[in-house]
Design a protein around this ligand. Sequence first.
Ligand code: PLP
Length: 503
Amino acid sequence: MSTVFDFNGAPGTGWSQPDPIREITNTEIPESLRRKKKPGWPRASEPELVRHYTRLSQRNFGIDTGFYPLGSCTMKHNPRVNEKIVQIPGIDRIHPLQEESQVQGLLSIYYEMQEMLAVCSGMDSVTLQPVAGAQGEFTAIRCIQEYHNNRGEGQRDKVIVPDSAHGTNPASASMCGYEIIEIPSGEDGRLDIEALKSAVGEDTAAMMITNPSTLGLFETNITEASRIVHEAGGQMYYDGANFNAIIGKTDPGRMGFDAVHYNLHKTFSQPHGGGGPGSGPIGVKSHLADFLPTPIASRRASSDDDSVGVGDGYWYFWEDVGEKSIGKVQQWNGNAGAVVRAWAFYRRYGRDLVKMSEHAVLNSNYLRHKIMNPDREVAKRIHCMPSEGAKTDLVMHEFTLSMSPVKNLNGVTGKDVAKRLLDYGYMSPTLYFPQIVPECLMIEPTETESKEVLDKFASDLHEVLSEDPEMLTSAPHTTPVKRVDEVWAARQLILRHPGESGE
Ligand SMILES: *Cc1c(COP(=O)(O)O)cnc(C)c1O
């Protein structure tokens, strides 16, 4: 073995690679594609390298450094025990092509996860294949599309979404070739049933909606909406990103949905800032099950098939669902690591999983009332959404606030407030989404924060709103990177390392 660690900091030795890949020895790579000279990659000793990455990690914001109330993203604490579990050799040292007899542990975790999700959502079949919520949406909408095609109803070419929907909903439907019909929200921020009635027809393939909505409001008319869409021959799709609010209380099956995706990385914790890694399983009612991608974990009692010789226990295996399947959407079996972490998370709650949602909703209502505290004059600089009259309403796991009053008062925008919160050691709430709320801040505290953290956040937000406007419009002041010119950053994106010649 050629280990080349040199702790004395000799240049270029802070890494260890097997010899053959240091030089291009493969003559099959065409001359024209080979580098003319060695890349000018930085060289550093191990301690230098450790410092480099540690420094970078400290320049970033994460749930481990502070409160992360990023609405809709469910940035809850990631229990460290999950990382231990996912690193058990029987889980992280196996290969997707290994014999089923050798991976019974992982298969049983998959099976249990599928069952748990099916029970909690009121669905009949679950696949853990998709690796993001958005991919789950695409997968389920494709299943719905095949369902219609199989019934000779391929003319259904429209998908209905409310105007408060996450952008991935119309994007996924559009990737399947559907035309999007957007319907406006009613006065109270909820689904407008009359608007839905006039939107459905013989061309309706599905309606995609999340409940509670991105305004943190429970759609009380949801079963009525399901009836309207079903009567028109369409299917109901549940965007499960807000599942954290309802587990154990109600479920999409009861609300009349036919298909749902779950964001395991949100609801069941998972480090997922910056876009990954995630897992977006989908669940469907039995009439859509034939179209699911394969494989799915299955089990049978060993007595049914003694050839496997597992005694009296159960035997787990990968099952192909058959010819109508839309095919694979992901290599192998999805993001196994994410599935195992999510499984570890929910197993620690067990039957008490409902407490997770209860505390998430409690924290959200508590924080909203703390912020809108009528005894604080400065709270008048915030508009309580969806209307002033809604102040005493209950919200679900998240809520939106409009910074319009403070903007009218002294020109400070929602963005300025968000930037200034960074100086106080918080991640900014979700900004300007949903778009139907002017100067929107969307806040989701999650169940893993204490009362003290929520109290401090509310009082810091009041502090921010009472500061000199100039303090806010030029914020952030204490972060490694100050306010960026977003247009410039997008148009002049620099992705090359300075040492990279380009050849
Ligand atoms: C996060 C989110 C999605 C998309 O999920 P990803 O895992 O990010 O692809 C869809 N809808 C809502 C409401 C979300 O918050």
